[in-house]
Design a protein around this ligand. Structure first.
Ligand code: CS2
Length: 475
């Protein structure tokens, strides 16, 4: 057993001198934000921005709602919600984040609805990953999704959408006024999609409420970016050695961070700009560039890299064949799909992303990025392919990561990493036949599923991926 004290309010003063600590008095905190999904990304990204504004206004603390597992609450409640953020670099820096003032879990249904209804709550944020939105391929609420069916049956809400509508209903009854609900997930037009899902649900469950929501609740979109590898024991050991305190669940991320938020708030917005966020009239161009270039390249590296036996993004980038392929797909296939009016210097943006991927201080597992391909690929690569077909640009190179995904699905496991995907039961039987996967998985929009040019390009790439040498040869 370690002799070190565990991180908590009482032990904070014993942290090593080089650790940055909350600069505000945590006893003053009032939760003004309800956040759904306090996983690693939220704790590395939005919570760090909130941490930076609490000294100016302690009424923006976070009430963190974990919808599924109670793991985070179990680990951090004994630490009074405190955790360490490691900012990875040649000289890794450590910062204790104090922005989360309470945890609620799926057992606290009433408390969650009350928080959403409280006048002190002015902002709701969410990082529930793509699958947490329960959307159909066409973008509306999937009313056949088991969680949505359950929530519409009145059995008590379980999904993000069900919980939001439940809380908004209570807020309206309490006359607590409007609210801003801000999606922080990697979905194109994330605010619009969330608004539509909440609106669709409310229209079925409580039509009057749907009208109230449309009039009083704002759903700005936002683009979020910071590479956040999952926590492992090596991080726990490094954090304990560097801070002098044991932390059950520290978080690590690269130093780069970006948050672009659409300026569409109900009432007062938190002063996130003072913490480095960009508040802009429209985030669409930022979202497209980030999802298609960074996340599209990430998923390409993951599926092709795993077939080539690589473990991390930095390993995959050290493979010149693969790094060259990814750079070409970004510059020659993805960049032409972006809206040129965005005011973004695309070549420099690509340079910066490639440099971030090469950062060997960040040990980002390809298997982590490979999760949930059915939910991620539509935003990351499939939309780019659909645009390329409309504009009559070639799709042969873009077809290669799709074919690699298909090969990845069919790998024997073990030794391949487990298949983590909400559609795994549908995908596995289709993975031996790339045409069946494209036509019957529900992942590809009808237009592409019927498109013989696209299907032919994927089938051709797929046929040439029998072993590592063959995969390398088509890059
Ligand atoms: C990654 C993202 O795991 C993944 O799928 O592509 O989490 C990526 O690291 C972030 O979006 C970077 O902002």
């Amino acid at each position: 057993m370690s002799e070190r004290p565990r991180l908590s309010t009482a032990t904070l003063r014993r942290a090593s001198a080089n650790v940055a600590l909350p600069s505000y008095d945590r006893t003053d905190l009032v939760p003004g934000i309800v956040h759904f999904g306090p996983g690693a990304f939220h704790r590395a990204h939005q919570a760090a921005y909130v941490d930076a504004i609490l000294a100016d206004d302690p009424r923006w603390a976070i009430s963190a709602v974990a919808l599924n597992s109670t793991d985070v609450a179990d680990a951090l409640t004994p630490q009074d919600g405190l955790y360490t953020l490691a900012l990875l670099g040649e000289d890794t820096r450590y910062r204790v984040i104090g922005a989360i003032s309470e945890f609620l879990t799926r057992c606290d249904g009433d408390a969650i609805a009350n928080r959403l209804a409280a006048p002190s709550t002015r902002l709701v944020t969410a990082t529930v990953t793509e699958k947490g939105y329960c959307l159909t391929a066409e973008g509306g609420l999937d009313v056949d999704h088991p969680a949505i069916r359950n929530d519409l049956s009145g059995a008590g809400p379980t999904s993000l959408i069900g919980r939001l509508v439940d809380g908004l209903s209570r807020r309206r009854a309490a006359n607590a006024g409007g609210l801003t609900i801000l999606s922080c997930d990697n979905l194109a037009a994330n605010g619009e999609r969330l608004a539509r899902a909440v609106g669709d649900f409310a229209t079925i469950a409580e039509p009057d409420l749907a009208r109230w929501i449309a009039d009083t609740v704002r759903f700005p979109s936002s683009m979020v970016d910071s590479i956040t590898p999952a926590t492992d024991d090596a991080l726990r050991t490094r954090v304990a050695a560097a801070t002098g305190l044991d932390d059950a669940w520290p978080i690590q991320r690269e130093t780069f961070t970006q948050w672009v938020i659409e300026d569409d708030f109900h009432g007062q917005a938190p002063p996130f700009a003072s913490a480095g966020a960009q508040i802009v009239a429209s985030v669409a161009a930022f979202e497209d560039a980030k999802l298609r270039l960074l996340n599209g390249a990430h998923s390409s590296l993951a599926y092709i890299g795993l077939l080539l036996g690589h473990e991390t993004v930095a390993d995959a980038m050290a493979d010149e064949d693969l790094a060259g392929f990814v750079e070409r797909i970004m510059r020659e296939d993805i960049a032409p799909s972006l809206n040129p009016t965005a005011g973004l210097d695309v070549p420099r943006y690509i340079d910066a992303i490639l440099a971030r991927f090469r950062n060997s201080a960040v040990r980002h597992l390809l298997s982590q990025i490979a999760w949930d391909g059915s939910q991620k690929l539509p935003f990351r690569l499939i939309a780019t392919i659909a645009d390329a077909r409309t504009a009559d640009r070639p799709v042969d190179r873009l077809a290669i990561p799709i074919a690699a995904w298909c090969r990845f699905l069919a790998l024997p496991r073990p030794p391949a990493p487990p298949l983590v995907d909400p559609l795994s039961a549908t995908l596995r039987p289709l993975a031996d036949d790339v045409n069946a996967l494209i036509q019957r998985s529900g992942v590809f929009p009808d237009r592409l599923a019927r498109d013989v040019v696209f299907r032919g390009a994927v089938a051709q790439a797929h046929a040439k991926m029998d072993d590592e040498r063959a995969v390398r040869a088509i890059l």
